[in-house]
Design a protein around this ligand. Structure first.
Ligand SMILES: C[S@@+](CC[C@H](N)C(=O)[O-])C[C@H]1O[C@@H](n2cnc3c(N)ncnc32)[C@H](O)[C@@H]1O
Length: 244
């Protein structure tokens, strides 16, 4: 269904990473939520495009592990960013680790309570999520922000400076952001919807999905002219930053 939103979120994430690099002067640690097989890392760390990935992976015969490893080894790898990935698909994470797309993959259900997921990670500077909200919702952000707050307290106890991570993520226009925004506010984050135009995510599977989506959006008072009316899902882009 021509999923290619990750091409559009890539420069948005990269510009945040560039700003962070200027202040931190070290490689930036990125936590990718719902990372799947490592699409964001392929695009950002290996500077590939969705069309290059499609040409390699979907050219008729499935490439072998060795061919895939060679494919990534021949790309320029940007060592100024380190990826840590979370997904419920173990197979996807294993692939990503094997192909050196991430430092570590964590097989975690982000919606589940009692997450202790940041304990073993280095300090995270940027949390990203592309095409993922909907699968995950306010509970996931609550779980993460709780874990971040715990970490922050531990750093303060040991008198180390702690800068809370920035969150940046796409959200399909059909999803109400109210609960997620509420959670960020509870943890003293300000959430801003980017002023850029809505971003295309993928095409509709057929007339039924299109009709349901458009009527949902109209019910929310959102005009679908020039966007969903043309046959594609669209997402907005959000950035959340700690006020402290
Ligand atoms: C549409 S894919 C997003 C792919 C990728 N982020 C990209 O670059 O566009 C959604 C991903 O979220 C993962 N996912 C769904 N529910 C989840 C949960 N509760 N916790 C963690 N990951 C989840 C799925 O396994 C899938 O890989």
């Amino acid at each position: 269904m021509e999923y290619d939103i990750s091409d559009s979120t890539k420069p948005l994430y990269n510009s945040i990473i560039e700003q962070l690099e200027k202040t931190l002067s070290r490689p930036i640690n990125v936590l990718d939520l719902g990372s799947s097989y490592g699409i964001n890392s392929s695009l950002m760390k290996y500077n590939l495009t969705m069309s290059e990935l499609n040409d390699f992976f979907l050219n008729g015969t499935e490439p072998t592990r060795i061919e895939t490893k060679q494919f990534y080894e021949e790309c320029n790898c940007n060592d100024n960013m380190n990826f840590y990935q979370i997904d419920i698909s173990d197979e996807a994470l294993k692939f990503s680790e094997e192909m050196n797309l991430c430092e570590r993959g964590m097989n975690v259900d982000l919606e589940a309570e009692k997450l202790n997921l940041l304990g073993s990670l280095p300090k995270i500077d940027l949390v990203i999520a592309t095409g993922c909200v909907g699968y995950i919702g306010y509970k996931s952000f609550l779980n993460l922000l709780k874990a971040i707050k715990n970490r922050q307290s531990n750093y303060i106890k040991s008198e180390k400076e702690y800068i809370a991570p920035i969150f940046a993520f796409s959200v399909l226009r059909i999803f109400d952001m109210e609960d997620i925004e509420e959670v960020f506010k509870m943890y003293d984050y300000s959430v801003v919807k980017s002023e850029i135009k809505p971003i295309r995510q993928r095409s509709f599977s057929g007339p039924k999905e299109k009709g349901q989506t458009i009527s949902l959006l109209h019910g929310m008072g959102i005009s679908t002219k020039e966007y969903e009316d043309e046959g594609n899902f669209f997402a907005d882009f959000y950035v959340a930053k700690s006020k402290n």
